[in-house]
Design a protein around this ligand. Structure first.
Ligand code: ADP
Ligand code: MG
Length: 255
């Protein structure tokens, strides 16, 4: 195995982000193994979304480096990172409210293929695109809802469509920022099942508040507190770590 293929899917070294004098991310060195199911947890305001924004290039870093599959991408544009295999979920329920899931995902696949297709009348006749879009939507438990207007879907299904849309980029690394946030209790298992059914060769970094989801999904967990990596380990180690528990229960946040 060459040094490059042996490299982690994602590696940050000393990653920091300051907003004025406030350090939202402080010296984060995090490694996500290829094919991992890695969760990043931490209390509200810990800096999790900021970290994702640095990884995806939405925000420039203050210092530190980011490597994707062994390649330094710290200075690469957002689109360049997507082309190199990094995808994230967005809140699409406003963006694509008037389209159906099959149109939304079909257009994204056509775009990935460089068809530059903006018009459904054309994309809708491309059977390879439609087949791929259908397979993706079935995997995301949207099989019976493919032609419904997105705005009318239950919220959990809309969140699953966001994941399907990210998967349409054929990512090697998928970043999920709280996929179950705001999803009603009775739909939560749908999201959990679909996230667990993601293809094994896709490395997943999941940010999530729902501990049930995190513990059933992850093979490795990193805990962020006040912008710093606070603990890392297996589900077993993190779920039984009294320091982590105390942070979550708010009993002792100045550990
Ligand atoms: P989390 O996702 O863990 O809840 P965030 O990364 O959203 O945390 O936020 C971490 C901290 O950084 C918060 O205190 C937040 O107010 C601050 N923050 C995030 N983005 C900005 C910004 N663009 N400008 C100033 N402060 C920000
Ligand atoms: Mg957040």
């Amino acid at each position: 195995m060459s040094a490059l293929t042996a490299s982690p899917a994602l590696q940050t070294i000393g990653l920091s982000k300051s907003f004025g004098g406030f350090k939202a991310n402080a010296d984060i060195s995090l490694s996500v193994a290829r094919g991992a199911r890695h969760a990043l947890i931490g209390p509200n305001g810990a800096g999790k979304t900021t970290f994702i924004n640095l990884l995806t290039g939405v925000l420039p870093v203050s210092s530190g480096t980011i490597a994707l599959m062994g390649e330094d991408i710290t200075g690469v544009s957002q689109q360049g990172r997507v082309r190199r295999g990094m995808a994230r979920t967005y809140q699409i329920n406003q963006l694509f409210a008037d389209l159906s899931p099959i149109e939304t995902v079909g257009l994204a696949i056509a775009e990935r293929q460089g068809a530059g297709a903006r018009w459904w009348s054309r994309v809708g006749q491309n059977s390879a695109v439609i087949d791929e879009a259908e397979a993706l939507l079935l995997r995301m438990k949207l099989g019976g809802l493919m032609t419904r207007r997105t705005a009318t879907l239950p919220y959990g299904k809309q969140r699953l469509l966001e994941i399907a849309l990210a998967m349409a980029c054929q990512p090697s690394l998928l970043l999920l920022d709280e996929p179950a946030a705001g999803v009603p209790e009775d739909e939560r298992h749908d999201v959990l099942d679909s996230v667990e059914a993601l293809p094994e060769d896709v490395t997943v970094l999941l940010i999530e508040h729902d501990m049930e989801l995190v513990f059933s999904f992850a093979d490795r967990i990193s805990v962020l507190v006040q912008g710093q990596l606070f603990a890392q380990g297996s589900v077993e180690e993190i779920s039984t770590d009294p320091r982590v528990r105390s942070v979550y229960l708010g009993e002792d946040t100045h550990v």
